[in-house]
Ligand binder design. Structure first.
Ligand SMILES: NC(=O)c1ccc[n+]([C@@H]2O[C@H](COP(=O)([O-])OP(=O)(O)OC[C@H]3O[C@@H](n4cnc5c(N)ncnc54)[C@H](O)[C@@H]3O)[C@@H](O)[C@H]2O)c1
Length: 241
């Protein structure tokens, strides 16, 4: 059976996480070869695990070379690795915590973009999806200023790289999810607060990794070939109000 992503190569940072694993599973099911970059082992059968701390530029360089040696090309990059913190107010954030949050949520996406974009340009085609957050579009419901700042910066990175890469057939878009049921959410927000938030959301539900994977696969597919530099909100209508 042929799949929509047959013979294509995808790199997913945070590929062992809630959203990353779902995107990995969908891409594998559609015929892609999938490299899951994470501190943790991939959970999806058939995905190649690439252990790497994405906040370390030399580790990303090495891991990028490894993927290119193994696969010879990279068609898709999904920057889904992330780290949240609810430290508030801003004066409670230490230098270390600020650097760690920016290192994972922003620098990691930059390092991976820089590592794979030359191959994409040479191929004349590539698709990058950066996972931002509602926190980067307006405000974090629960997260601190460091997380919001990193997720807002990702949107600038997305637009600028999209402009530079467009003539080479390389597309760069961002998604801005509201709350999504993943280990990140259960590890950072109490169930009662999530329930309050659900009731205040126009569609009266919390997102799922499957909602996110549907959008990411659309943005990686040729169906989105007139979309670049965009940020797509996916939040149950949270920003209507
Ligand atoms: N879950 C939500 O409600 C929500 C909402 C908006 C945006 N997001 C964003 O979505 C993305 C995916 O989050 P998720 O909910 O699947 O979280 P998750 O915690 O399930 O997955 C995140 C993954 O990133 C990996 N990771 C963390 N630090 C890393 C590092 N230094 N190097 C490599 N890998 C690292 C973790 O090991 C984990 O597997 C993140 O960027 C997150 O900020 C999440």
């Amino acid at each position: 059976m042929s799949g929509e992503f047959d013979g294509q190569v995808a790199v997913i940072t945070g590929g062992a996480g809630g959203m990353g694993a779902e995107v990995a599973a969908r891409l594998l099911a559609e015929g892609a070869r999938v490299f899951c970059v994470d501190l943790a082992q991939p959970k999806v059968d058939g995905a190649v695990g690439v252990p790497c701390d994405i906040s370390d530029p030399s580790a990303v360089c090495q891991a990028g070379e490894y993927v290119l040696e193994q696969a010879g090309r990279v068609d898709h990059l999904v920057n889904a690795a992330g780290l949240v913190s609810t430290t508030r107010p801003v004066e409670a954030i230490s230098d270390e915590e600020w650097k760690r949050l920016l290192g994972v949520n922003l620098d990691g996406a930059f390092y991976w973009t820089r590592a794979v974009i030359p191959a994409m340009k040479e191929q004349g085609r590539g698709k990058i999806v950066n996972v931002s957050s509602r926190a980067g579009r307006t405000l974090g419901n629960f997260a601190g200023a460091h997380y919001a700042a990193a997720k807002a910066a990702i949107l600038g990175l997305t637009r600028q790289v999209a402009l530079e890469a467009a003539p080479h057939g390389v597309y760069v878009n961002a998604i801005a999810p509201g709350l999504v049921r993943t280990p990140m959410l259960s590890g950072s927000v109490a169930d009662e607060r999530v329930e309050e938030f659900r009731l205040a959301t126009p569609l009266r539900r919390i997102g799922t990794p499957s909602d996110i994977a549907d959008l990411v696969l659309f943005l990686l597919s040729p169906k989105s070939d007139f979309i670049t530099g965009a940020t797509v909100d996916i939040n149950g209508g949270d920003l209507i109000l």
